[in-house]
Design a protein around this ligand. Sequence first.
Ligand code: ADP
Ligand code: MG
Length: 544
Amino acid sequence: MALGNQPIIILKEGTKQEKGRDAQLNNIMAARAISDAVKSTLGPKGMDKMLVDSMGNVVITNDGATILKEIDIEHPAAKMIVKVAKSQDEECGDGTTTAVILTGELLKYATELLEQKVHPTVITRGFKLASEKALEVLNQNALVIKKNDKQTLRKIAMTSMSSKGGAGPSKKLLADIVVDATIMIAEEINAKTYVDMDNIQIQKQQGGSIEDSKIVKGIILDKERVHEGMPKQVKNAKIALISAALEVKKTEVDAKIQIRDPTQLQAFLEEEESMLKKMVDKVRNSGANVLISMKGIDDVAQYYFAKYNIFVLNRANNSDMKKLAKATGGKIVANLDDLMSSDLGYAGLVEERKFGEDKLTFVMDCKNPKAVSILLRGGTEHVIDELERGLHDALFVVKIALEDGMMIAGGGATAISISLALRDYASSVGGREQMAIEAFAHALEIVPKTLSENAGLDPINMLIEMRRLHKKGNKNAGINVLNGKVEDMFKNDVIEPLRLGYHEIQTATETSIMILRIDDVIASKNTKSMPGPSGGGGGDYDEY
Ligand code: ADP
Ligand code: MG
């Protein structure tokens, strides 16, 4: 910046600044480095990453979102890529690697256009047009999932889990669990289906084998009964859910009670005991044989509950309480005086069970529960953790498949179908945007290309074969990674929910556009450092 011959310096000395082309290229390089890092994990034949933190904790995963969450990233543009994975994970629970590598690839082809001196605003306009068209084609390709079509939903769950090594041969069992759990808690509101994932609890328990995993029609609490004298098992449980403490209130201010002779002390204690006993009686009179409280329970009250064979858990947390209410149909009552038999929840069985050192309480066999649990078993911590991530992805895709009722073909089929449509579309748009739309079409090929590479197949041959079949009219031709052939993905049961593909394209386009629009990177206050060389000038582009 200069006025006459006098340069005006607006930034503090030593502040790093990157401008124009340099800023852009550095950002793109950083973003692409991230997408390259996760590429090898894509698809059923993808590899896992082992992440080790400074404390020596190890995470072994294939999950894009998890990898990016765990690695320490400094560069601002690279951080934007991490957000792609995060957004994809939050909206769809799956497709994170795809969204990230698609973003990386869009930026790669954008770089080529920048090098040919196409202005970034032209590229971004072309990308926007291309993504709109892509979403249109996606919608056209999508097929309807019939209502509660368990078989299709299972295939969707299996496709999602197939890339998580841990599940292996137990995939079928887990897919059944996932589909049943999701359908059980699905709610119908104004003829629309909603699935609240909060109502599915995953309880991990190390030990046993994956095959021992199961769905529990109810809630599993990481708690044991408060008193040894209570029954370990209650059948036909009528459950009181209480948010208040069962204790004699301590005074707020420090009060002193002066007791002058032993009879007074006795009277005082008796008074306290009688108050506690009254509380216990209120629970007992409601007909409850199980009590779950969010707060503490006095020892004396515990003693009486045990005497009356009432099973009691204390200090249940808020979210477990809400799930218990949904699973058992009970009502959380704040004041014991209000407790009525109609507030009680029902479970066919409440039981404390021992797993190794841990004791868990199962509140199960509920009638028509609107919250359920999945008990996940597995040999080691790492296996269970990766299994849980796979299960999370599968639950989420089944949820959105159930909510939207639309599906698309996986295995790169949809990407190729869109890519071919975009090439036709590009020529109808013309101008320089055409180049950007073609670049977009090219970028989409990264999905089947990477799937092939990771499966040890020749990506070029696969692409050629896919294009050939698509042009012949098979819109669902994708890669069968098992036999190395290009086949109909619906026949191969490689199916994904429409929303997954939709969001992958949306978030990849938005983020690549955002990165392309940056032509100035200034280290602002509180920013530690900014990698990459600084300097360079703007105005590198042809004016459009
Ligand atoms: P993401 O994080 O994007 O979900 P994944 O590692 O889960 O990454 O891989 C997903 C990709 O693998 C999708 O393109 C999906 O269609 C594909 N895929 C899953 N199962 C198969 C299969 N059996 N054959 C071919 N492709 C598959
Ligand atoms: Mg996946």
